[in-house]
Design a protein around this ligand. Structure first.
Ligand SMILES: NC(=O)c1ccc[n+]([C@@H]2O[C@H](COP(=O)([O-])OP(=O)(O)OC[C@H]3O[C@@H](n4cnc5c(N)ncnc54)[C@H](OP(=O)(O)O)[C@@H]3O)[C@@H](O)[C@H]2O)c1
Length: 254
């Protein structure tokens, strides 16, 4: 089979948290391969519109869909509407996430619940809502979940975040087993530290320099580094890869 750069032409992709950061880069990378990209966001419509412009400039088609991935009913309704508007859904990228950091002794029940609800619950809600459409897409059907290096290594000050990301790996492997009979794949991409609003908030300059010392490739990652891995897993080249965790971390964890 010849695989072209525009291998996602005619495919419909939903990227949660596509308004900023890694999600935005994923939307653009899928658009470069020709996909129709539905950009989900929670509240930043301005940022989502900027992503839509970038998607169009990259050669894809863009649509916006605002919903909280943590809200089960809203997800079900929105994903159904996306399928109706675009004639189905082939690719789901569960990228939306929050990092509510804090040390264990002071960590509140509400912080724990919200982190799990958005990061792990969001991936579950969206996957369940999309599953029947993905199964109809058969061997084109893809789920890519964005987990994190800390889901595999743990991290002080990130108990809930790390637990939610570790949970996403189990979710991915189970989805891979459940959906495999029709050729649908489910994989996770596990980024290390990537330059986005999320890390800017939590990584002061001194901590950043110390972190770079621990990364064999000696730099913080770019959103595009992650997006390229997602665009690969979403495409026909990755048809025989399922239930895997692809690490994009500069060698931070091997
Ligand atoms: N940055 C890193 O170093 C790093 C490393 C490993 C894994 N990750 C993971 O990669 C993913 C993206 O991270 P990022 O750094 O790009 O984050 P970011 O810059 O903070 O962007 C977060 C995105 O998620 C959306 N979002 C947040 N809560 C949502 C909700 N309840 N429903 C729908 N959308 C929601 C935001 O929408 P609005 O714009 O509307 O707020 C935004 O588009 C996350 O899952 C994160 O855990 C990041």
């Amino acid at each position: 089979m010849a695989i072209t750069d525009r291998a996602l032409e005619g495919r419909v992709a939903l990227v949660t948290g596509g308004s900023r950061g890694i999600g935005r880069a994923i939307c653009v990378a899928l658009a470069r391969r020709g996909a129709k990209v539905v950009i989900n966001y929670a509240s930043r419509e301005d940022a989502a519109r900027e992503t839509a412009e970038l998607v169009t400039a990259a050669g894809g088609t863009a649509a916006l869909s605002a919903f909280d991935v943590g809200a089960s009913d809203a997800v079900t309704e929105a994903v159904k509407a996306i399928g109706k508007d675009h004639g189905g859904l082939d690719i789901l990228v569960n990228n939306a996430g929050v990092a509510i950091n804090g040390l264990l002794l002071r960590y509140k029940d509400e912080q724990w619940a919200r982190t799990l609800q958005v990061n792990l619950g969001g991936a579950f809600h969206c996957s369940r809502a999309a599953a029947s459409m993905l199964l109809r897409a058969k061997e084109h059907g893809r789920i890519v979940n964005i987990t994190s290096v800390v889901g595999e290594s743990g991290n002080g000050g990130q108990v809930a975040y790390a637990a939610s990301k570790a949970g996403m790996i189990g979710l991915t492997q189970s989805l891979a087993k459940e959906l495999s009979s029709r050729g649908v794949t489910a994989n996770a991409v596990s980024p290390g530290f990537i330059d986005t609003d999320m890390t800017a908030e939590h990584l002061p300059e001194a901590a950043r320099a110390k972190l770079i010392e621990q990364i064999p490739l000696a730099r913080i990652g770019l959103a595009d580094d992650v997006a390229h891995a997602v665009a690969f897993l979403a495409g026909p080249e990755a048809a025989y890869i399922t239930g895997q965790v692809l690490r994009v971390n500069g060698g931070l964890l091997m």
